[in-house]
Design a protein around this ligand. Sequence first.
Ligand code: Z5A
Length: 208
Amino acid sequence: MKPGRFITFEGIEGAGKSCNISHAGMLLKNSAKPVMLTREPGGTPLGESLRELLLGHKHDDISSTAELLLMFAARAQHLQSKILPALERGEWVICDRFTDATYAYQGGGRNLDTAAIAALESLVQGERRPDLTILLDLPVSMGLERAGNRSAPDRFEREKHDFFERVRSAYLQIAERDPQRVKVVDASLPLEQVQQQINSALFTFLDQ
Ligand code: Z5A
């Protein structure tokens, strides 16, 4: 059986990952691909428990290094028990955030050493990387405004504007270094135009 493909969606708060992931899932299903949607941190019972700890306010004083290790702990479980088995079954996995988010939030946002992140990446993932990443990019103020229209802020959403500027810029640097894998979509446009750009990235990928 042909192995599946691994697609990730990334972006700052309010970039539109949730609605555009549903859209991408429909597009792939319409192209007769078996699709599995999942998210990070999360995706497994252990990962969802870690997500609650990471996003909630029970541990507001969590250290940046502890945060980094918990992200990778959730990822290790997610890969072994959910993502890799799905790919082996030939499924197309669409994941809401993955390791690029660690480089962007813990590396860019929290200023942690990217060499330490890279070491954890190879420990947890070996050679496994996403096949395609859609980076939804928009100005920080616009993302925060969109995200702010929703429920109470989580532990990350309480960060200041500068933090998200560093996150955005780390994401853009990743895209610049790896343009083959990372497709940047202008997420500041109306939803219909954002989805046209996503369609084009996915159709190109399907044709490869
Ligand atoms: N995190 C980390 O630090 N390190 C890691 O390694 C990983 C994660 C994996 C959880 O992520 C947190 O974990 C995250 C980073 C950290 N930080 N936070 N917060 P998450 O993905 O679950 O949470 P999120 O980033 O807060 O997601 P989000 O705010 O829900 O963003 P979104 O899914 O991208 O946005 P949305 O809900 O689809 O859209 C937001 C609103 O905008 C909504 O009302 C839409 O209807 C509207 N929208 C969307 N697109 C448009 C357009 N084009 N026009 C107008 N309005 C739009």
